[in-house]
Design a protein around this ligand. Structure first.
Ligand code: ZN
Length: 321
C-alpha cells in the first residue's frame, strides 16, 4: 500500500501543536493521529520562541519520516496565497514572516497556511459537525470570537482575506468599548476575558447580587469564563446576566448573518460553548428572534474540539493534493 504522510502544525494562542497523519488511516475514515506533540508557549513568547519550539515539535512528530505536504493553522491573519503572516493575535514579532516559504525551504514539499478560524471551519466541514453541509460558518467563542466560512465546499476568505469577523459585528453602539475601537461588539459582550472583567466590576458594585462569584474571587483571586458559567449554573444573578448577555450577542449575530448569507449551518466551538444549556438555549432563541421567519438554519456544537484547526490543516493538504 502506498502510504503518504501529512505534517500539520497549529500555532495557537497559548499552545503549539505538531501532528502527523497517514493517508492510509484517512482512507479508512478514521480520525487517528500517527503522532501528536504539544508544548505550551512560555510566559513571554516571541516569534523566535514559537518558531524554535515548533521546529522541535515537528521533528519529534515526524520521527524520522518525511511528509508529502504540510498544512498550518495560524492564530492571526495570514495571506493564504503567499503564506505570509500579517500578525499574530498573541505573540509579537510575527509581522511579515513568510511562514509558508520557511517551511517549504525546510521540507521541500507544498505548504498551506491559513488562519485558525478558516482552518477550523474546513476541519469541521471535512471531518466534524459540518460533513456534507454545503454552507457553514464556524464560530469560536473563547478568549476572542472568530469565524470562518466554508461555502460550496471551499474556504471563503473574502476580498481581503478578512471574511468571518463576526466577533466585531457591532450590536450596541452605546455598549462598552471593544479593543478594536468600536463599542458593543460581539466579542466585547461574549468572550471569556471580557465577561470575567465585567464580572469583577459588577461584583464590586453589587456584591449582594453575586454571592457565588464573590466566593470564587475569594478563592481564586480572579475569574475566567468557566467560573461565570459555573456561577450561573448555581443561580448567581450577576453571572447569569453576563452569560445570558454573551449568548444573546452570539445568537443575535448569528441571526443577522443568517439574514445576510443564508448558510445551512452554524458550528460553535471554544471554551464558552461548554457553558451548558443556559447559554445554548439563549443563543438559539436570540438567533431565531433575529432571523426572518423564512430563513432556516441549525446551530450545533463543534465536534473536533481543540483539534479542529489540525484536522482543517489535513483537509488543506488533501484539498490541494
Ligand atoms: Zn470590536
Amino acid at each position: 500500500m502506498n502510504t503518504e504522510m501529512f505534517l500539520v502544525l497549529d500555532f495557537g494562542g497559548t499552545k503549539l501543536t505538531a501532528a502527523t497523519v497517514t493517508t492510509a488511516v484517512l482512507d479508512k475514515g478514521q480520525l487517528i493521529w500517527r503522532t501528536r506533540k504539544q508544548a505550551f508557549s512560555p510566559i513571554n513568547p516571541s516569534f523566535q520562541t514559537d518558531w524554535q519550539t515548533m521546529r522541535q515539535l515537528a521533528d519529534a512528530a515526524l520521527d524520522g519520516g518525511l511528509p508529502v505536504a504540510v498544512g498550518v493553522s495560524f492564530g492571526g491573519p495570514v495571506d493564504f496565497e503567499t503564506g505570509i503572516v500579517r500578525l499574530s493575535h498573541h505573540v509579537p514579532g510575527w509581522e511579515g514572516v513568510p511562514l509558508a516559504q520557511q517551511l517549504t525551504d525546510m521540507f521541500g514539499v507544498p505548504v498551506w497556511v491559513d488562519n485558525d478560524a478558516n482552518v477550523g471551519a474546513l476541519g469541521e466541514f471535512w471531518f466534524g459537525a459540518g460533513k456534507r453541509c454545503d454552507s457553514l460558518l464556524y464560530v469560536t467563542v473563547s478568549t476572542g470570537v472568530g469565524g470562518g466560512w466554508v461555502i460550496n465546499g471551499r474556504s471563503w476568505r473574502g476580498h481581503e482575506r478578512m471574511a468571518g469577523e463576526i466577533g466585531h459585528m457591532m450590536l450596541d453602539p452605546n455598549g462598552p468599548p471593544c479593543l478594536c475601537g468600536k463599542n458593543g461588539c460581539v466579542e466585547r459582550l461574549a468572550s471569556g476575558p471580557y465577561m470575567a472583567a465585567d464580572a469583577m466590576h459588577l461584583v464590586q458594585k453589587h456584591p449582594e447580587k453575586a454571592p457565588v462569584l464573590r466566593k470564587m474571587i475569594q478563592e481564586h483571586g480572579q475569574l475566567n469564563g468557566r467560573h461565570i458559567a459555573a456561577a450561573a449554573a448555581s443561580n448567581d444573578p450577576v453571572a447569569t446576566h453576563l452569560l445570558q448577555r454573551s449568548a444573546w450577542a452570539i445568537g443575535t449575530a448569528i441571526g443577522n448573518t443568517a439574514n445576510l448569507i443564508n448558510p445551512k449551518r452554524f458550528i460553535l466551538g471554544g471554551g464558552i460553548t461548554k457553558s451548558g444549556h443556559i447559554w445554548w438555549n439563549k443563543v438559539r432563541q436570540a438567533a431565531q428572534e433575529t432571523a426572518l421567519p423564512e430563513i432556516h438554519f441549525d446551530i450545533i456544537p463543534a465536534l473536533l474540539g481543540d483539534d479542529a484547526p489540525l484536522w482543517g490543516a489535513v483537509a488543506m493538504c488533501l484539498q490541494n493534493k
